[in-house]
Design a protein around this ligand. Structure first.
Ligand SMILES: *Cc1c(COP(=O)(O)O)cnc(C)c1O
Length: 430
């Protein structure tokens, strides 16, 4: 292992907004009823006003507010590590670097946007933020951020995760959040599915419907989304902006940038600052988005307008989608169980700037085990998809006699997912 330094000056003072640099703009979101392009005021029933302003930002750089910067400085800059033991074990001439987002308060990158969203909500006088959570990382990130900025959180948690992963529910409650099993009986959207089957495994799409409904109907309640939206992706660019400075210490720039994709935010956060240089014509970087083969929105989904939820309450987004009715099978990588893909990631894929790959669970768990044995870090099942793609790239490079510099996002740690590892027999081949 070789670590880059974590100098305070590497902490970005502004987010990078890729929309300022795109050759063609993505198709706009549409109003769910009129199907006309959405106006900012249409979103006010759901989102805090200052969040809507972030979503519409057109500047290339958008400042990080002082109190958020201070909250970031508790755990940022996060480590940038060269995985020398992994390189050695693979016998690859490739150099493999990872950006480790697992050091944040709840162990994943989601805190980066949670802190921004809770801060903006507090500025607007919002009392409660309602949200959904899959594996629980987003819910715990928002509960933490809410406790930091004085906003209550109400979290609709996908039932399959709620039952498999009680640890995250406990964390949310310790931060003062209230957690509801989804689909459940407290919303019309939830009752639709809960009425048919009280053990319905749930999905992110359904949980989003419940949280949006809570915001539409509740006084002082607004909604927060942990991925997919342009501004959420923008908040995550602190990852890539830091990585860029840290890679300079090693005197290298990445040839290949890799991230796992659920809604697309950690991938975007690491890659967009590097995509900027490719758009400017300077570099031939490859960008690889990795998803589970059981929920293959980017590799198998259609590119079209679809709802972000399962009931049709959200704006229509132009994105890769498996359809709003798609209920992904229960997966250990609960954070990757989403029917759609961020419009900006979908757009970059359609422009040929992003490659997509779908991996099977065995390959992913074997790579995670190898990573743990060499680098000593247990990756989140979601992040393990990026690990597996990085390993695959490094093995190919060896076969082809290339020496690429690979950078991937280790979006979170897997300490609370240890049950998933146990069920998979723990170890793959050493
Ligand atoms: C939520 C989550 C993901 C998937 O979400 P994206 O928006 O695609 O980043 C990936 N990794 C971890 C650790 C997560 O918690």
């Amino acid at each position: 292992m070789r670590f880059a330094s974590r100098k305070d000056e590497y902490l970005p003072r502004a987010f990078y907004n890729i929309k300022a640099d795109l050759p063609a703009p993505p198709k706009p979101p549409l109003h769910p009823a009129t199907k006309e392009p959405l106006r900012p005021e249409d979103l006010e029933a759901i989102f805090p006003k200052s969040f809507i302003r972030q979503e519409g930002a057109t500047d290339r750089f958008v400042p990080v507010p002082g109190p958020v910067l201070e909250a970031y400085s508790v755990f940022r800059p996060t480590p940038l590590v060269e995985a020398t033991a992994l390189e050695k074990s693979l016998g690859t001439p490739a150099r493999i670097f990872y950006k480790y987002e697992g050091v944040g308060p709840v162990g994943s990158h989601k805190t980066n946007t949670a802190l921004m969203q809770a801060y903006l909500a507090a500025q607007d006088g919002v009392k409660t933020l309602a949200t959904e959570t899959g594996a629980g990382q987003w819910g715990s990130a928002l509960a933490y951020a809410g406790s930091r900025f004085g906003v209550e959180t109400r979290v609709f948690m996908v039932r399959s995760s709620f039952r498999q992963k009680p640890g995250r529910r406990i964390i949310m409650e310790l931060f003062g959040g209230s957690v509801l099993e989804s689909p459940g009986p407290t919303t019309d959207a939830g009752r639709r599915f809960f009425g048919q089957d009280p053990d319905h495994p749930g999905s992110l799409g359904i949980a989003i419907s419940e949280a949006v409904e809570a915001a539409l109907k509740g006084r002082g309640v607004k909604y927060a989304l942990g991925s997919v939206l342009d501004s959420v992706l923008m908040h995550q660019t602190v990852i890539g902006l830091e990585a860029e400075r840290q890679m300079e210490e090693f005197g290298v720039v990445p040839d290949t940038v890799i991230g796992c994709v659920g809604g697309g935010s950690n991938f975007a956060g690491l890659s967009f600052p590097f995509v900027r240089h490719k758009l400017a014509g300077g570099r031939e970087t490859r960008f690889i988005a990795v998803e589970p083969d059981a929920c293959p929105s980017l590799t198998r989904g259609e590119l079209r307008y679809d709802f972000g939820d399962s009931v049709g309450l959200t704006p229509l987004l132009f994105m890769h989608t498996l359809g709003m009715d798609f209920v992904p099978p229960p997966l250990h990588a609960g954070g990757l169980r989403y029917h759609g893909m961020a419009p900006l990631v979908s757009h970059l894929a359609s422009l040929g700037l992003v490659e997509a790959r779908a991996l099977d669970p065995r390959t992913v768990f074997d790579a995670a085990t190898l990573f743990m044995r060499t680098e000593g870090v247990l990756p989140a099942p979601e992040s393990s998809h990026a690990v597996a793609a990085a390993v695959d790239e490094a093995v190919r490079a060896k076969a082809e006699g290339r020496r690429p510099v690979i950078l991937f996002n280790l979006s979170g740690h897997g300490f609370l997912d240890i049950g998933a590892y146990a069920r998979n027999g723990g170890a793959g081949p050493a």
